[in-house]
Design a binder for this molecule. Structure first.
Ligand SMILES: C[S@@+](CC[C@H](N)C(=O)[O-])C[C@H]1O[C@@H](n2cnc3c(N)ncnc32)[C@H](O)[C@@H]1O
Length: 233
């Protein structure tokens, strides 16, 4: 099977998740565009956000996803992340009910508790998707939703670009990035018990180029994808 290394055109020095996101935390919110993830959430039709009472936000980062959920009227949002730097920004933002420093594959959160589990722009950091899909399944109530927003494998392969940031010294640094084809996602989710409800892709268009002028040759390619899953009732 191909790995991201087969497509890497940047060859930046690569660091682990905690080192990378602790380094990126101060500038993360200035770099990530809403079109990459929040605009995809805006477009989803299967999740009735107003009827969600409790959500687990896996890989909650600085709290952007949590703030979006709170804006949809969700009052109980528990965030989990491995990076103390990102979590401290999330604490300042104040969108979450609780914040836990822990791995999303073993959150320690209570089983069968959440109407919604969400993991946005995180799964490219996991070498294997199965543990994330099964932990999410453990957390969700029957009939609950899982929303996964992912860095699109097509974009990763065409651009050869890992998830990366510019360090305070000006060096571009990659954060350990893994390629997951759609079959990997569908297989891992189905094995955990999830049923696919909806998909949506965010395509690079002219408005993106204002923020990312070097991406001109990538217009029309999907940057990210949202998959909506449901746990059977
Ligand atoms: C690109 S950020 C996304 C943050 C937020 N969901 C958003 O959309 O802005 C990815 C986050 O996932 C976290 N992360 C990556 N792998 C993780 C793991 N195995 N367990 C917990 N958090 C993880 C990182 O620390 C980082 O904060």
């Amino acid at each position: 099977m191909p790995t991201f290394a087969d497509f890497d055109r940047r060859n930046y020095r690569s660091v682990d998740v905690v080192t990378g996101y602790d380094g990126w935390a101060p500038t993360y919110d200035d770099i990530v565009m809403p079109e990459m993830d929040l605009a995809l959430l805006d477009r989803l039709e299967q999740v009735d956000w107003m009827s969600v009472h409790s959500a687990a936000d896996l890989g909650c980062g600085t709290g952007r996803t949590g703030a979006w959920l709170r804006g949809r009227g969700i009052t109980r949002i528990d965030g989990v992340d491995l990076s103390p730097g990102m979590l401290s920004r999330a604490a300042t933002r104040g969108a979450h009910s609780t914040l836990t420093l822990r791995d999303v594959r073993d959150t320690g959160l209570r089983a069968e508790t959440y109407d919604l589990v969400i993991a946005s722009l995180i799964d490219e950091h996991l070498p294997d998707l199965a543990p994330l899909y099964s932990e999410a399944y453990r957390l969700a109530v029957r009939g609950g939703f899982l929303v996964m927003v992912s860095y699109h494998p097509q974009f990763m392969m065409v651009s050869g670009m890992p998830t990366h940031y510019t360090s305070w010294t000006g060096e571009p640094v990659a954060i350990s990035t893994h390629l997951h084809l759609f079959t990997d996602r569908l297989t891992a989710a189905a094995a955990a018990g999830w049923q696919l409800m909806e998909t949506s892709e965010a395509l690079v268009d002219d408005t993106w180029i204002e923020s990312k002028p070097k991406w001109g040759s990538l217009i029309g390619h999907p940057f990210s994808v949202a998959l909506v899953w449901r746990k059977p009732s």
